[in-house]
Design a protein around this ligand. Structure first.
Ligand code: PDD
Length: 287
C-alpha cells in the first residue's frame, strides 16, 4: 500500500479519509497538481508550486503551506514511496463546513491531500507508434487556466475519446484548437512548431513550457499562436504534452492519417531533447 499525506500526517493510502461535508466532495471546490518524479527527483517543482499558487488565487483559497513546507512534504512523500519513477498528485480543497451552502463558509480550513503512484517511464515503443485522437467541442468553462478538481467536462470528453478507440480528445472552441482533455497541443505547420498562447482557454502546462524552452535553446522555430481547426487538419505533425504523457505524437486525427502516419522528424528531435533533460534530472545535473 502506498503512503499518502493528509492534513499533516503520512498514512497508508487506504486509511486516508475526509468528511462527506468536504467541499471538494460536494462541489468540486478545490485545485490540484500532478508532478512527475524521475529517479526520486520532483520535476520542475518550483514551476508546479507557482502554478499551484495561481490556481489557489484563482479560486480564493489561501495557500495552506509555504513553498518550503510543500517541498518538505512532497520530498518526504516521494521518499516514503519506494519507486524511483512516480507521479505525485496533490489537491487542496476549501475544506469541510457544517452545512452545504454554495457561498464560501466563514470558518473552514483547507483539506490538503497528496498521494503518489508508480509511473513507469513513458514507453518509447508506445510513443514511436503514435496515438489516435479525435476533435470534440470544448464544453468546459472559461477559466481553464485554473487547475480545478472540477473535471466533469474533461472526464466526459476523455471518455468520448476512449469510446472512439482513441487516446485523447483535442478540443475546439470558436473554431480554434485549445488543448487536449488532459494535455496541451502542438502542431508543426510549414516547418514551424506552433502552440496556442496561454490564456483562460487552456492550462499553462509545465511540459508545454519545457518544450518551448527546448525549442528556443536549440534553434527550433516556434510560435505561440491560435490554431484553427482547418490548420489542425493540415498539420504536418501534431503532438500532445503532459506530465504523465511527456510528448506523444498524434498520428491519426479523426479519420485522417497525419502526414505519413508515423511520428514526424521534429517530434523525433524534440523527444531526444526532452529525454536528455529528464536524464539530466535523474542523474542530478539539473533541477
Ligand atoms: N493534466 N491541459 C489539461 C487540461 C491538463 O489536464 C493537463 C495535465 C495539461 C498538461 O499540463 P502539464 O504539462 O503540467 O501536466 C494540459 C494532468 C496530467 C492530469 O489531470 O492528470
Amino acid at each position: 500500500m502506498s503512503t499518502a499525506y493528509l492534513n499533516g500526517t503520512f498514512l497508508p493510502l487506504d486509511q486516508a479519509q475526509v468528511s462527506v461535508m468536504d467541499r471538494g466532495f460536494l462541489f468540486g471546490d478545490g485545485i490540484y497538481e500532478v508532478i512527475p518524479v524521475y529517479n526520486g527527483k520532483l520535476f520542475r517543482l518550483a514551476q508546479h508550486l507557482r502554478r499551484l499558487q495561481n490556481s489557489l488565487d484563482g479560486v480564493r483559497i489561501g495557500n495552506p503551506l509555504s513553498d518550503t513546507e510543500w517541498t518538505a512534504v512532497l520530498t518526504e512523500l516521494v521518499a516514503r514511496n519506494a519507486d524511483s519513477e512516480q507521479a505525485v498528485y496533490l489537491q487542496v480543497t476549501r475544506g469541510a463546513a457544517a452545512r452545504r451552502d454554495h457561498a464560501f463558509p466563514a470558518d473552514t480550513h483547507p483539506t490538503v491531500f497528496a498521494m503518489s503512484t508508480p509511473a513507469p517511464a513513458v514507453s518509447n515503443i508506445a510513443s514511436e507508434a503514435g496515438i489516435k485522437a479525435i476533435t470534440l467541442p470544448d464544453i468546459r468553462w472559461q477559466q481553464c487556466d485554473i487547475k480545478a478538481i472540477t473535471l466533469l467536462p474533461n472526464v466526459l470528453l476523455r471518455q468520448q475519446a476512449v469510446d472512439a478507440e482513441t487516446a485523447e480528445a483535442i478540443l475546439i472552441r470558436n473554431g480554434y484548437a485549445t488543448e487536449g482533455a488532459a494535455s496541451n497541443i502542438f502542431i508543426v505547420h510549414n516547418g514551424v512548431l506552433v502552440t496556442p498562447p496561454k490564456g483562460p482557454s487552456l492550462l499553462p502546462g509545465i511540459t508545454r513550457d519545457l518544450v518551448l524552452e527546448l525549442a528556443a535553446a536549440n534553434g527550433i522555430p516556434f510560435r505561440e499562436a491560435g490554431i484553427t481547426e482547418q490548420t489542425l487538419g493540415q498539420a504536418e505533425e501534431i503532438w500532445v504534452t503532459s506530465s504523465t504523457r511527456e510528448i506523444s505524437p498524434v498520428t491519426h486525427l479523426n479519420d485522417r492519417i497525419v502526414a505519413n502516419g508515423l511520428p514526424g522528424p521534429l517530434w523525433q528531435r524534440m523527444i531526444r531533447l526532452y529525454q536528455d533533460y529528464t536524464e539530466a534530472l535523474r542523474t542530478g545535473k539539473t533541477g
